[in-house]
Design a protein around this ligand. Structure first.
Ligand SMILES: Nc1ncnc2c1ncn2[C@@H]1O[C@H](COP(=O)(O)OP(=O)(O)O)[C@@H](O)[C@H]1O
Ligand SMILES: [Mg+2]
Length: 323
Protein backbone atom coordinates (compact mmCIF):
# COMPACT_ATOMS: atom_id res chain seq x y z
CA UNK A 1 0.00 0.00 0.00
CA UNK A 2 1.30 3.43 -0.85
CA UNK A 3 -0.08 6.63 0.58
CA UNK A 4 -2.09 7.03 3.76
CA UNK A 5 -4.04 4.20 5.42
CA UNK A 6 -7.15 6.38 5.41
CA UNK A 7 -7.87 9.47 3.35
CA UNK A 8 -11.28 11.10 3.29
CA UNK A 9 -12.17 14.31 1.53
CA UNK A 10 -15.30 16.28 2.25
CA UNK A 11 -17.00 13.53 4.20
CA UNK A 12 -20.69 14.38 4.47
CA UNK A 13 -23.65 12.73 6.13
CA UNK A 14 -27.10 14.05 6.97
CA UNK A 15 -30.13 12.38 8.48
CA UNK A 16 -33.16 14.22 7.16
CA UNK A 17 -32.40 17.88 7.78
CA UNK A 18 -29.87 17.10 10.48
CA UNK A 19 -26.31 17.46 9.21
CA UNK A 20 -23.99 15.20 11.19
CA UNK A 21 -20.82 15.46 9.09
CA UNK A 22 -20.46 18.64 7.10
CA UNK A 23 -17.33 18.20 5.03
CA UNK A 24 -14.76 16.35 7.12
CA UNK A 25 -11.23 15.84 5.78
CA UNK A 26 -9.15 13.12 7.39
CA UNK A 27 -5.76 11.65 6.62
CA UNK A 28 -4.31 8.83 8.69
CA UNK A 29 -0.75 7.69 8.05
CA UNK A 30 -0.04 3.99 8.04
CA UNK A 31 1.07 2.50 11.36
CA UNK A 32 -0.13 5.44 13.46
CA UNK A 33 -2.91 6.08 15.95
CA UNK A 34 -5.37 8.72 14.84
CA UNK A 35 -7.89 9.93 17.36
CA UNK A 36 -11.21 11.46 16.43
CA UNK A 37 -12.20 13.37 19.50
CA UNK A 38 -15.64 14.72 20.26
CA UNK A 39 -18.44 14.71 22.81
CA UNK A 40 -21.49 12.49 22.65
CA UNK A 41 -23.43 13.08 19.45
CA UNK A 42 -20.54 14.76 17.60
CA UNK A 43 -20.66 12.21 14.78
CA UNK A 44 -17.75 9.91 15.69
CA UNK A 45 -19.66 6.66 15.23
CA UNK A 46 -21.14 7.98 11.99
CA UNK A 47 -17.61 8.62 10.67
CA UNK A 48 -16.45 5.16 11.74
CA UNK A 49 -19.48 3.52 10.12
CA UNK A 50 -18.85 5.31 6.84
CA UNK A 51 -15.11 4.60 6.76
CA UNK A 52 -15.77 0.95 7.56
CA UNK A 53 -18.44 0.64 4.81
CA UNK A 54 -21.33 -0.01 7.23
CA UNK A 55 -23.26 3.02 5.97
CA UNK A 56 -22.90 5.17 2.87
CA UNK A 57 -21.74 8.77 2.94
CA UNK A 58 -23.89 11.41 1.24
CA UNK A 59 -23.27 11.58 -2.51
CA UNK A 60 -21.84 15.10 -2.14
CA UNK A 61 -18.85 13.65 -0.29
CA UNK A 62 -15.44 13.64 -1.90
CA UNK A 63 -13.18 10.67 -2.49
CA UNK A 64 -12.61 8.27 0.39
CA UNK A 65 -9.90 5.64 0.39
CA UNK A 66 -9.17 3.08 3.07
CA UNK A 67 -6.24 0.70 2.91
CA UNK A 68 -5.46 2.09 -0.53
CA UNK A 69 -8.87 1.09 -1.88
CA UNK A 70 -11.56 3.42 -3.09
CA UNK A 71 -14.48 3.06 -0.68
CA UNK A 72 -17.18 3.63 -3.26
CA UNK A 73 -15.64 1.52 -6.03
CA UNK A 74 -14.29 -1.37 -4.02
CA UNK A 75 -15.98 -1.72 -0.61
CA UNK A 76 -15.12 -5.45 -0.52
CA UNK A 77 -11.40 -4.72 -0.65
CA UNK A 78 -11.83 -2.16 2.11
CA UNK A 79 -13.66 -4.69 4.27
CA UNK A 80 -10.89 -7.21 3.77
CA UNK A 81 -8.30 -4.73 5.03
CA UNK A 82 -10.04 -3.52 8.16
CA UNK A 83 -11.38 -4.61 11.50
CA UNK A 84 -14.04 -2.76 13.47
CA UNK A 85 -14.74 -2.84 17.18
CA UNK A 86 -17.97 -0.99 17.51
CA UNK A 87 -19.10 1.25 20.34
CA UNK A 88 -21.56 -1.42 21.33
CA UNK A 89 -20.17 -4.88 21.78
CA UNK A 90 -20.41 -7.49 19.04
CA UNK A 91 -19.93 -10.18 21.68
CA UNK A 92 -22.72 -12.75 21.95
CA UNK A 93 -23.34 -13.23 25.67
CA UNK A 94 -25.12 -16.56 25.28
CA UNK A 95 -22.08 -18.41 23.98
CA UNK A 96 -18.59 -18.71 25.45
CA UNK A 97 -15.63 -16.48 24.70
CA UNK A 98 -13.99 -19.25 22.71
CA UNK A 99 -17.19 -19.85 20.72
CA UNK A 100 -17.42 -16.15 19.91
CA UNK A 101 -13.87 -16.32 18.59
CA UNK A 102 -14.47 -19.45 16.53
CA UNK A 103 -17.54 -17.84 15.02
CA UNK A 104 -15.32 -14.98 13.82
CA UNK A 105 -12.80 -17.48 12.45
CA UNK A 106 -15.64 -19.09 10.46
CA UNK A 107 -16.75 -15.69 9.18
CA UNK A 108 -13.20 -15.16 7.92
CA UNK A 109 -13.26 -18.63 6.30
CA UNK A 110 -10.26 -19.80 8.27
CA UNK A 111 -9.78 -23.56 8.06
CA UNK A 112 -10.88 -25.30 11.30
CA UNK A 113 -7.37 -25.94 12.58
CA UNK A 114 -6.12 -22.48 11.75
CA UNK A 115 -9.21 -21.02 13.39
CA UNK A 116 -8.57 -22.92 16.60
CA UNK A 117 -4.92 -21.91 16.61
CA UNK A 118 -5.62 -18.21 16.04
CA UNK A 119 -8.41 -18.28 18.63
CA UNK A 120 -6.22 -19.88 21.30
CA UNK A 121 -3.41 -17.42 20.57
CA UNK A 122 -5.60 -14.35 20.82
CA UNK A 123 -7.42 -15.55 23.95
CA UNK A 124 -4.01 -16.05 25.54
CA UNK A 125 -2.77 -12.66 24.40
CA UNK A 126 -5.80 -10.92 25.89
CA UNK A 127 -5.67 -12.85 29.13
CA UNK A 128 -8.95 -14.65 28.46
CA UNK A 129 -7.77 -18.25 28.37
CA UNK A 130 -9.14 -19.01 31.81
CA UNK A 131 -12.53 -17.51 31.02
CA UNK A 132 -12.68 -18.94 27.49
CA UNK A 133 -15.13 -21.72 28.37
CA UNK A 134 -17.53 -19.45 30.25
CA UNK A 135 -20.52 -17.69 28.68
CA UNK A 136 -19.51 -14.16 27.67
CA UNK A 137 -22.49 -12.81 29.64
CA UNK A 138 -20.52 -13.59 32.81
CA UNK A 139 -17.57 -11.40 31.72
CA UNK A 140 -16.75 -8.04 33.28
CA UNK A 141 -16.88 -4.93 31.10
CA UNK A 142 -13.12 -4.99 30.61
CA UNK A 143 -13.11 -8.69 29.64
CA UNK A 144 -15.92 -8.12 27.16
CA UNK A 145 -14.00 -5.29 25.49
CA UNK A 146 -10.90 -7.44 25.32
CA UNK A 147 -12.88 -10.25 23.75
CA UNK A 148 -14.40 -7.75 21.33
CA UNK A 149 -10.94 -6.61 20.19
CA UNK A 150 -9.65 -10.18 20.05
CA UNK A 151 -12.58 -11.00 17.73
CA UNK A 152 -11.68 -8.01 15.56
CA UNK A 153 -8.12 -9.29 15.24
CA UNK A 154 -9.09 -12.77 14.02
CA UNK A 155 -8.93 -11.57 10.41
CA UNK A 156 -5.48 -9.93 10.92
CA UNK A 157 -6.67 -6.49 9.79
CA UNK A 158 -4.01 -3.89 8.95
CA UNK A 159 -6.34 -1.05 9.92
CA UNK A 160 -8.58 -1.18 12.92
CA UNK A 161 -11.38 1.09 14.02
CA UNK A 162 -11.96 1.29 17.74
CA UNK A 163 -15.10 3.24 18.59
CA UNK A 164 -14.87 4.49 22.18
CA UNK A 165 -13.01 1.39 23.38
CA UNK A 166 -12.69 2.59 26.96
CA UNK A 167 -15.99 4.32 27.63
CA UNK A 168 -17.46 2.91 30.83
CA UNK A 169 -14.36 0.95 31.84
CA UNK A 170 -12.82 1.17 35.30
CA UNK A 171 -9.36 2.82 35.44
CA UNK A 172 -7.43 -0.44 35.50
CA UNK A 173 -9.26 -1.92 32.48
CA UNK A 174 -8.80 1.39 30.75
CA UNK A 175 -5.05 1.25 31.20
CA UNK A 176 -5.12 -2.37 30.03
CA UNK A 177 -6.87 -1.26 26.87
CA UNK A 178 -4.31 1.49 26.31
CA UNK A 179 -1.57 -1.12 26.53
CA UNK A 180 -3.40 -3.30 24.00
CA UNK A 181 -3.66 -0.36 21.61
CA UNK A 182 0.05 0.42 21.96
CA UNK A 183 0.89 -3.19 21.19
CA UNK A 184 -1.28 -3.11 18.07
CA UNK A 185 0.69 -0.14 16.82
CA UNK A 186 3.97 -1.87 17.61
CA UNK A 187 2.78 -4.63 15.30
CA UNK A 188 2.32 -2.04 12.57
CA UNK A 189 -1.47 -1.83 12.69
CA UNK A 190 -3.08 1.52 11.93
CA UNK A 191 -5.58 2.49 14.62
CA UNK A 192 -8.51 4.84 14.12
CA UNK A 193 -9.66 5.58 17.64
CA UNK A 194 -12.66 7.59 18.69
CA UNK A 195 -12.88 8.92 22.20
CA UNK A 196 -14.57 11.49 24.38
CA UNK A 197 -11.53 11.56 26.64
CA UNK A 198 -8.83 14.10 26.07
CA UNK A 199 -6.33 12.28 28.24
CA UNK A 200 -6.83 9.16 26.17
CA UNK A 201 -6.13 10.98 22.91
CA UNK A 202 -3.16 12.71 24.54
CA UNK A 203 -1.82 9.37 25.75
CA UNK A 204 -2.24 7.31 22.59
CA UNK A 205 -2.69 9.35 19.46
CA UNK A 206 -0.04 10.48 17.00
CA UNK A 207 -2.56 12.91 15.61
CA UNK A 208 -5.83 14.19 17.02
CA UNK A 209 -8.78 15.72 15.21
CA UNK A 210 -11.44 17.56 17.18
CA UNK A 211 -14.89 17.02 15.71
CA UNK A 212 -17.26 19.88 16.40
CA UNK A 213 -20.45 20.95 14.65
CA UNK A 214 -19.86 18.49 11.83
CA UNK A 215 -16.39 19.69 10.93
CA UNK A 216 -12.83 19.29 12.17
CA UNK A 217 -12.30 22.25 14.48
CA UNK A 218 -8.57 21.54 14.81
CA UNK A 219 -6.14 18.81 13.93
CA UNK A 220 -2.57 18.06 14.89
CA UNK A 221 -0.36 16.39 17.44
CA UNK A 222 -1.29 16.87 21.10
CA UNK A 223 1.61 19.33 21.42
CA UNK A 224 0.45 21.31 18.38
CA UNK A 225 -3.09 21.51 19.71
CA UNK A 226 -1.89 22.67 23.12
CA UNK A 227 0.00 25.49 21.43
CA UNK A 228 -3.34 26.79 20.13
CA UNK A 229 -4.43 28.04 23.52
CA UNK A 230 -2.86 30.82 25.54
CA UNK A 231 -0.47 29.99 28.35
CA UNK A 232 -1.26 28.62 31.75
CA UNK A 233 -2.17 30.11 35.07
CA UNK A 234 -1.51 29.95 38.76
CA UNK A 235 -4.42 29.25 41.03
CA UNK A 236 -4.58 30.18 44.69
CA UNK A 237 -7.15 28.58 46.91
CA UNK A 238 -8.28 29.84 50.28
CA UNK A 239 -10.46 28.41 53.00
CA UNK A 240 -11.03 31.73 54.78
CA UNK A 241 -13.30 34.14 52.84
CA UNK A 242 -11.62 37.15 54.48
CA UNK A 243 -8.16 35.98 53.36
CA UNK A 244 -9.58 35.43 49.89
CA UNK A 245 -10.97 38.97 49.82
CA UNK A 246 -7.68 40.46 51.04
CA UNK A 247 -5.72 38.53 48.43
CA UNK A 248 -8.11 39.63 45.69
CA UNK A 249 -7.52 43.29 46.51
CA UNK A 250 -3.75 42.76 46.57
CA UNK A 251 -3.78 40.92 43.24
CA UNK A 252 -6.09 43.12 41.19
CA UNK A 253 -5.34 41.37 37.91
CA UNK A 254 -6.51 37.99 39.23
CA UNK A 255 -9.79 36.40 38.21
CA UNK A 256 -11.68 35.66 41.38
CA UNK A 257 -14.19 32.97 42.13
CA UNK A 258 -16.04 33.84 45.33
CA UNK A 259 -17.73 30.48 45.60
CA UNK A 260 -14.64 28.31 45.21
CA UNK A 261 -12.56 30.93 47.09
CA UNK A 262 -9.93 30.89 44.39
CA UNK A 263 -7.88 33.43 42.48
CA UNK A 264 -6.50 32.71 39.07
CA UNK A 265 -3.53 34.60 37.69
CA UNK A 266 -2.29 34.26 34.12
CA UNK A 267 1.23 32.87 34.20
CA UNK A 268 3.52 30.69 32.14
CA UNK A 269 4.59 29.11 35.43
CA UNK A 270 8.28 29.99 35.11
CA UNK A 271 10.41 30.13 38.24
CA UNK A 272 10.85 33.89 37.83
CA UNK A 273 7.13 34.57 37.53
CA UNK A 274 6.35 32.33 40.48
CA UNK A 275 8.95 34.05 42.65
CA UNK A 276 7.52 37.46 41.80
CA UNK A 277 4.05 36.27 42.67
CA UNK A 278 5.16 34.68 45.96
CA UNK A 279 7.02 37.90 46.86
CA UNK A 280 3.86 39.93 46.30
CA UNK A 281 1.87 37.54 48.46
CA UNK A 282 4.49 37.71 51.22
CA UNK A 283 4.57 41.48 51.10
CA UNK A 284 0.80 41.61 51.44
CA UNK A 285 0.94 39.05 54.25
CA UNK A 286 -1.23 36.61 52.38
CA UNK A 287 -1.01 32.90 52.84
CA UNK A 288 -2.98 30.77 50.40
CA UNK A 289 -4.09 27.32 51.48
CA UNK A 290 -3.10 25.88 48.16
CA UNK A 291 -1.14 27.05 45.16
CA UNK A 292 -1.29 25.15 41.89
CA UNK A 293 0.41 25.80 38.58
CA UNK A 294 -1.57 24.89 35.49
CA UNK A 295 -0.05 24.45 32.06
CA UNK A 296 -2.52 24.25 29.19
CA UNK A 297 -3.77 20.74 28.53
CA UNK A 298 -6.02 19.24 25.92
CA UNK A 299 -9.04 20.16 28.05
CA UNK A 300 -8.17 23.82 27.58
CA UNK A 301 -7.80 23.31 23.84
CA UNK A 302 -11.03 21.44 23.63
CA UNK A 303 -13.07 24.01 25.50
CA UNK A 304 -11.41 26.88 23.68
CA UNK A 305 -12.39 25.27 20.39
CA UNK A 306 -15.85 24.03 21.18
CA UNK A 307 -17.39 26.53 23.52
CA UNK A 308 -16.95 29.67 25.56
CA UNK A 309 -17.03 28.05 29.00
CA UNK A 310 -15.89 24.95 30.70
CA UNK A 311 -18.98 22.92 31.62
CA UNK A 312 -19.61 22.37 35.30
CA UNK A 313 -18.36 19.13 36.72
CA UNK A 314 -15.25 18.93 34.57
CA UNK A 315 -12.38 19.74 36.88
CA UNK A 316 -9.21 21.19 35.48
CA UNK A 317 -6.29 19.04 36.37
CA UNK A 318 -3.42 20.58 38.27
CA UNK A 319 -0.12 19.66 36.65
CA UNK A 320 1.98 20.52 39.64
CA UNK A 321 1.01 21.28 43.17
CA UNK A 322 2.97 23.27 45.69
CA UNK A 323 1.65 23.84 49.16
N1 LIG B 1 -29.55 6.38 11.89
C1 LIG B 1 -29.68 7.62 12.36
N2 LIG B 1 -30.79 8.35 12.12
C2 LIG B 1 -30.92 9.61 12.56
N3 LIG B 1 -29.99 10.26 13.28
C3 LIG B 1 -28.86 9.60 13.57
C4 LIG B 1 -28.64 8.26 13.13
N4 LIG B 1 -27.41 7.87 13.55
C5 LIG B 1 -26.90 8.92 14.23
N5 LIG B 1 -27.76 9.96 14.24
C6 LIG B 1 -27.51 11.27 14.87
O1 LIG B 1 -26.28 11.75 14.42
C7 LIG B 1 -25.59 12.43 15.47
C8 LIG B 1 -24.22 11.85 15.61
O2 LIG B 1 -24.33 10.53 16.11
P1 LIG B 1 -23.06 9.62 16.37
O3 LIG B 1 -22.27 9.52 15.13
O4 LIG B 1 -23.55 8.36 16.98
O5 LIG B 1 -22.25 10.50 17.44
P2 LIG B 1 -21.10 10.05 18.45
O6 LIG B 1 -20.65 8.68 18.07
O7 LIG B 1 -20.04 11.09 18.29
O8 LIG B 1 -21.70 10.09 19.82
C9 LIG B 1 -26.46 12.31 16.70
O9 LIG B 1 -27.19 13.48 16.85
C10 LIG B 1 -27.36 11.15 16.38
O10 LIG B 1 -28.59 11.29 17.03
MG1 LIG C 1 -20.54 6.97 19.13
Amino acid sequence: MTGPAIAAHGLRKSYGDKTVLDGVDLTVAEGTVFSLLGPNGAGKTTAVKILSTLISPDPASGRISVGGHDLAADPQAVRAAIGVTGQFSAVDGLITGAENMLLMADLHHLPRREGRRVTAELLERFDLTEAAAKPASTYSGGMRRRLDIAMTLVGSPRIIFLDEPTTGLDPRSRHNMWQIIRELVTDGVTVFLTTQYLDEADELADRIAVLHNGTIAAEGTAAELKRLVPGGHVRLRFTDPAAHRAAASALREATRDDEALTLQIASAGSQRELRLLLDRLDTAGIEADELTVHTPDLDDVFFALTGPTRPAGIPDQPQETAR
